[in-house]
Design a protein around this ligand. Structure first.
Ligand SMILES: Cc1cc2nc3c(=O)[nH]c(=O)nc-3n(C[C@H](O)[C@H](O)[C@H](O)COP(=O)(O)OP(=O)(O)OC[C@H]3O[C@@H](n4cnc5c(N)ncnc54)[C@H](O)[C@@H]3O)c2cc1C
Length: 447
């Protein structure tokens, strides 16, 4: 797929990559070897029949290809854009060693976009079972569970605390990587399967746990929206944000329509971002688009950056400066941020993740001028609802403990996505949600 020129895209929030044309999609589909034992399918957490949908593209049957994808994945335009295919389906493609793997993600995106432009349809559902499931949270895990349970004939009510459905897809991932219209269109398709949605409903408050327990089953998909902080001096200063807060403000307060919209979001002119994952890259690239000079400070080496390689390339092309082997230790300022003091890091023996553990070098400090500091150093589950549920077990990191089928320690309550795995990926949230939804289905049909 072609990317828009960095010099142009850094001034707006329009999508970075244009999709494939029909001819390009046909060409790409024809490269697929149609393996008898396709490894790509094993690499897909929701198990899409990848060779079959690609075969239909090669024949020009785009609608049939869409039906095949949607039998397993109701969010294909989203996944085609944000999934880390290089470590999943494409990473398993037998062509990866010899030539380029098939661009499965681009083909998935092409089909989803084509279907949206030519009229969508939703998969058939089984006859109603009369059972009613509450799904809490409308991110990818909640949407997938809702669609799967609905397809299996259960009545589903989806509770979402915010005024719009989509979770991180809506309030976290920036418009230039995942346009909101795409998210809205795929949410609509899930709702078209008969799922009822209650927006502005904070489970644990606007609907209590005893009220939830009146449903035949409860599915927790509340994500990992509680940001970690570094715990360094100066975090109380004006101009310090978690990446979550910064990105949510931009997404929900129309800062991505700047300058056409008079947004109240603070725009830094000199921004330091701490972190090295996808969330840090998103925050840095958004700050660049809002006009700031941006330095991303990462404590390990550049080759250890956990963000997708493509995101790092895009960030760099757009002018984000990446400073590796450095770590913020103090935010400088009286009332607002005026700088970020950092220390140089040395790399020591490999830690349990296989990366060198980083250790500060005594006295090797320096200060970067800044009027805004954004921390993107991980996030965990919000305890608001979980702490209201008596007897629910949690892991050390705060996530809800589940078995392989998504069952929690409380009968009839299931959990999947980031609330159960800890912060992960869209497709993993969807894969675990699908498993847990099927487990609910088995429980309800056995009774
Ligand atoms: C900035 C950012 C960029 C990312 N980029 C990528 C990427 O490129 N590719 C990728 O695969 N992954 C990416 N991720 C990770 C991915 O978005 C998450 O793993 C995924 O969204 C998790 O899905 P979920 O459904 O479990 O939770 P979420 O998407 O967090 O959704 C949880 C939903 O539950 C709602 N909720 C919470 N508590 C309650 C309550 N008590 N009552 C009612 N509703 C409630 C929340 O409002 C939210 O809508 C990114 C994450 C972030 C933050």
């Amino acid at each position: 797929m072609e990317d828009r020129a960095a010099g142009q895209r850094v001034h707006d929030f329009f999508e970075v990559s244009s999709g494939l044309s029909p001819d390009e999609a046909l060409f790409e589909a024809e490269r697929c070897l149609q393996c008898k034992k396709p490894k790509c399918v094993n690499g897909c957490p929701v198990g899409i029949d990848i060779p079959s949908f690609i075969a239909e593209i090669a024949l020009g049957n785009f609608r049939k290809a869409a039906e095949i994808i949607k039998a397993d994945n109701m969010l294909p335009a989203i996944c085609g854009r944000v999934c880390p295919q290089e470590t999943q389906c494409e990473g398993q493609c037998v062509l990866s060693g010899k030539e380029k793997p098939i661009s499965i993600g681009s083909l998935e995106r092409f089909i989803a976009d084509w279907e949206r432009a030519h009229g969508t349809s939703v998969p058939d559902s089984q006859p109603p079972t009369g059972r009613h499931v509450a799904v809490i949270g409308s991110g990818p895990a909640g949407l997938t569970a809702a669609a799967e349970l609905s397809r299996l004939g259960h009545r589903v009510t989806l509770f979402e605390s915010l005024h719009e459905a989509g979770g991180v897809l809506m309030y976290g991932i920036p418009e230039f990587r995942l346009p909101k219209e795409i998210v809205r269109a795929e949410v609509e398709q899930v709702l078209a399967m008969g799922v009822e949605i209650r927006l502005n409903h904070l489970a644990g408050r606007s609907i209590t746990v005893p009220e939830l327990m009146k449903f035949d089953a409860v599915f927790l998909a509340t994500g990992a929206g509680l940001p970690n902080f570094m715990g360094i001096p100066g975090e109380q200063l004006n101009g310090v944000y978690s990446a979550n807060e910064f990105l949510t403000r931009v997404n929900f307060m129309h800062a991505d329509q700047f300058p056409g919209y008079d947004t109240p979001v603070k725009r830094g002119s000199r921004v330091v971002v701490a972190g090295g994952g996808n969330v840090a890259m998103d925050a840095a690239r958004v700050a660049r688009r809002l006009g700031a000079k941006v330095t991303l400070v990462y404590r390990r080496r550049e080759e250890d950056l956990p963000a997708r390689a493509n995101e790092v390339i895009h960030a760099r092309e757009e002018g984000v400066e990446i400073l590796s082997c450095a770590n913020p230790i103090r935010i400088v300022g009286d009332t607002g941020v005026t700088g970020v003091e950092c220390v140089r890091m040395e790399m020591c023996a490999l830690d349990e993740t296989g990366r060198p553990s980083a250790r500060p070098l005594d006295g090797m400090t320096f200060t970067i001028d800044a009027d805004m500091f954004i921390e993107a150093v991980g996030q965990g589950p919000n305890p608001l609802l979980i702490s209201e549920i008596k007897g629910i077990e949690r892991e050390k990191a705060g996530n809800v403990a589940v078995d392989a089928e998504g069952r929690t320690s409380v009968p009839r309550i299931f959990a999947a996505g980031d609330v159960a795995t800890g912060a992960a990926t869209v497709i993993l949230a969807m894969g675990t949600a699908k498993e847990a939804a099927r487990s609910i289905d088995r429980m309800l049909k056995e009774e």
